[in-house]
Ligand binder design. Structure first.
Ligand code: AMP
Length: 527
């Protein structure tokens, strides 16, 4: 027996139609790299997206085809997303910071037919063109070609209908090992993810918000903000560059209420403020995620009266899975206790289920002291990678995140490490992330990475690889002395080595595989 309610497929174009109808004049602003500014609104985006859909059909693009973008954040990128999805296509956002071999691999693996790109990435296009086997059309976003394409169309177009389970977007994981893997988002998963993001216990968005997604549209769909904004009727502000001074200026000029970015973005923000910049007056919330946000940064936002919403997720989780949400007793908590909670990766919203398991897959208690492999399931979590011939989940739909976490009795989740980075000493786990965070709190330390190196008695022991701040001559003993105040004695690194720089992935995460390879024959003196 079927229920008696309407068929109303959760399709992404409905988000845009809603905004164009109910929040037509909420603005969409872009500050381009050359300093120009363009302004439109949700009604304008809806009209131009229809024109872009017509243009794609004119090029012979069919539903299901992949349309790639190699671009920073701006209005034309947004128009391309909605136009592509509206005609049944799949947007494939490519991260321009990937290495050539990865750029070649993912566009060919995706079978992209069109590439839309920013002129700044022309050298990448020129280099890779002969190696990309499926791309037929190259269109630059920021010259007359894109505008001309739109101008040639009427905008009299009805979105293609289809199932809510149809694909709409393809994002590849940055991948620290092996080839990147594609995660194929659906209309339904995208709409549900957007509904989740707007909830009070996640970002609490409304039509009173003006959002500046600093996180790039090529990094897990700018954390879904371009879909959550029309749902909430919020205004969107884009900057084609990530310069802190430009961002602060734009936030002030446009009364931005929410900014979203990885920790390094906010470090640059505070450097700018410290050098005489002003805190944007309308800013009432920031989101930070992608890697653990430092406590000092979260404390600073808290003291400024700006809510620091710490998020956790990954490309495979669309990406927002957990978010900071104040508990009922929040106002009675001391500032330090509040910070302890904000430093964790958030609470679990409806739609997300989490559990932690040991190496044999046995579920572990939520007692805040035993850590285990973090597993997740839900309607916006990956089931199978694009083009794979087997599911990425177990029989009960649990996806193993590769993160190691604690689940606390108050329902918050705390990432302690990546599973492959955890240091296994005498059968116990040492969190490399905790060691690194404690180490960067030591004056004179710019960056630190902890890796496990072979030890005859303990199996592995921690080695700390440190980059000193310019002009600093901080010693290993000073760092050990600092660490002693922050971690258990048996966690202290057996040795500390100093290097000029550490290797990173295209999304700015420490590349531990390279580091482990470099130190694989390292002999600890005491061992
Ligand atoms: P990506 O798919 O490139 O976005 O990377 C996802 C990974 O980033 C996760 O599996 C975590 O290891 C890490 N990550 C994301 N958010 C956080 C956070 N708030 N704290 C610590 N690690 C995070």
């Amino acid at each position: 027996m079927l229920g008696g309610m309407q068929d109303f497929e959760l399709r992404v174009p409905r988000l845009l139609d809603h905004a164009a109808r109910e929040h037509a004049t909420r603005r969409i602003v872009t500050r381009w790299a050359d300093g120009r500014e363009t302004r439109t609104d949700w009604a304008g985006i809806a009209r131009d997206a229809r024109r872009f859909a017509q243009a794609l059909e004119g090029l012979g693009i069919a539903p299901g085809d992949r349309i790639a973008t190699l671009a920073m954040n701006h209005t034309n990128h947004l128009i391309a997303w909605y136009g592509t999805i509206g005609m049944g296509g799949v947007v494939h956002t490519i991260n321009p910071r990937l290495f050539d071999d990865q750029l070649e691999y993912i566009a060919n693996h995706a079978g992209d037919r069109v590439l839309l790109y920013d002129k700044t990435f022309q050298p990448i296009v020129d280099r890779l063109k002969p190696r990309w086997t499926s791309i037929e059309h190259f269109i630059a976003f920021d010259d007359a070609g894109f505008e001309a394409l739109l101008d040639a169309e009427s905008g009299d177009y009805a979105w293609r209908e289809g199932s809510e389970r149809d694909p709409c977007m393809l994002c590849y994981t940055s991948g620290t090992t092996g080839n990147p893997k594609g995660v194929l988002y659906e209309h339904r998963s995208t709409v549900l993810h957007a509904m989740n993001a707007t909830q009070p216990w996640v970002l609490g968005l409304s039509s009173r918000d003006t959002i500046l997604p600093i996180v790039p549209m090529f990094h897990a769909a700018a954390w879904g903000l371009p879909f959550a904004a029309p749902l909430a009727g919020a205004a969107l502000v884009f900057s084609q560059t990530n310069d802190a001074a430009v961002l602060c200026d734009l936030m002030t000029a446009e009364n931005v209420t929410l900014g979203s970015g990885v920790p390094t973005v906010w470090l640059a923000f505070f450097q700018h403020i410290d050098a005489g910049g002003t805190v944007p007056p309308a800013l009432k919330q920031i989101t930070v995620g992608g890697s653990a946000a430092p406590r000092a940064m979260l404390a600073r936002f808290l003291d400024l009266g700006i809510k620091p919403t710490h998020l956790w997720g990954m490309t495979e989780t669309s990406p927002v899975a957990t978010a900071f949400a104040p508990r009922p007793d929040w106002d009675e908590m001391h500032r330090d206790a509040q910070l302890d909670v904000i430093c964790r990766q958030g609470a679990i919203p409806f739609g997300i289920e989490l559990r932690i398991v040991d190496d044999d897959g046995r579920e572990l208690p939520r007692d805040g002291s035993v850590s285990g492999r973090l597993q997740v399931r839900g309607p916006w979590i990956v089931k199978r990678y694009f083009g794979a011939d087997a599911d990425a989940v177990d029989a009960d739909s649990w996806f193993d995140t590769g993160d190691v976490a604690l689940l606390h009795p108050d329902g918050t989740m705390q990432i302690t490490d990546r599973a492959k980075d955890v240091i296994k000493s005498g059968g116990e786990w040492i969190s490399s992330v905790d060691l690194e965070n404690a180490a960067v709190g030591c004056p004179g330390v710019a960056e630190a990475a902890a890796i496990g190196v072979a030890h005859p008695r303990w199996d592995e022991r921690p080695l700390l690889v440190v980059v000193r701040k310019p002009g600093s001559d901080v010693t290993a003993d000073a760092i050990l002395g600092h660490l002693s105040g922050h971690v258990a004695k048996w966690w202290l690194p057996d040795e500390i080595v100093f290097v000029e720089e550490l290797p990173h992935t295209a999304t700015g995460k420490l590349l531990k595989t390279v580091l482990r390879e470099r130190f694989k024959d390292y002999r600890l003196h005491a061992a």
